[in-house]
Design a protein around this ligand. Structure first.
Ligand SMILES: [Ca+2]
Length: 254
């Protein structure tokens, strides 16, 4: 489970401040906005057939769907009527094989990064479970969930030194069968976790001075009964305003 990037999507039909699917938000398109912020990798997971997930980020690295997942599921980007997502309730994963990871995936020691995903958890999170992870050896960048349904953001360097933040103190759970937008940001030793466009937890961790080689990205089925959508990885931080804009562009009000 730790060798995986698992992204879940959440498709919320209605609720306070949420636009109806397909409704015009009058805002910039979600895809255009993500691309404006220069992701290294950006898998929209809009495929409706086949076994390849296109990467619209700068690395242009397609990933593979394997196992018993389902492409073409209803997505959670309400502003995009064509949005689709990847669903797995068992063994389905989206992953990059170790031999298919370009040099762009390597993070410089101490370098900034951000990881983003939309997820919809169709059952409760009972323990420490991976949603989306980029991993290579000990090195790991992961968004996940824990008992209580709280979101987690973990960064481990290749010496094995690990640090994590979670949304427990904010009492923000994500395992309610609704779509949620998760972003983890690392800037120096500061880790920040955003849930649904808002900063929910942050912590000053280690210096991460060791070589930090994120090499393999894979979507893992360890977290089953889950929808994954719009996975992005950045070699720079995203600001509070940028993250809030991403959610807004997806058709979710404040
Ligand atoms: Ca999508």
């Amino acid at each position: 489970m730790r060798l995986a990037i698992v992204a879940l999507l959440l498709l919320s039909a209605c609720g306070p401040g949420i636009l109806a699917p397909g409704a015009s938000s009058g805002l910039e398109s979600y895809e255009d906005l993500i691309l404006l912020h220069s992701p290294m990798a950006y898998w929209r997971l809009d495929e409706t057939a086949g076994v390849v997930a296109a990467d619209k980020g700068s690395s242009q690295t397609p990933a593979d769907f394997t196992g018993a997942g389902t492409v073409g599921a209803e997505g959670g980007i309400l502003s995009d009527p064509n949005d689709r997502a990847f669903y797995t309730n068992a063994t389905g994963i989206m992953s990059l094989s170790a031999g298919n990871v370009p040099s762009e995936f390597t993070v410089s020691p101490g370098g900034p990064l951000a990881i983003e995903v939309w997820v919809r958890l169709a059952n409760t999170c009972s323990g420490s479970e991976s949603l989306v992870a980029f991993a290579n050896g000990n090195a790991l960048v992961e968004l996940g969930c824990m008992a209580g349904g709280f979101a987690t953001f973990t960064v481990t360097d290749d010496s094995g030194a690990s640090h994590a933040v979670d949304s427990t103190s904010a009492s923000v759970s994500i395992d309610d069968s609704n779509w949620h937008h998760l972003v983890g940001v690392k800037e120096g030793g500061l880790l920040s976790l955003y849930v649904d466009g808002t900063l929910r937890a942050s912590s000053v961790g280690g210096s991460y001075a060791a070589g930090f080689g994120i090499g393999v990205g894979s979507f893992d089925a360890g977290r089953a009964t889950t929808y994954y959508n719009e996975i992005a990885f950045y070699h720079h931080i995203l600001t509070d305003d940028e993250i809030a804009r991403h959610r807004l562009a997806a058709g979710y009000g404040n």
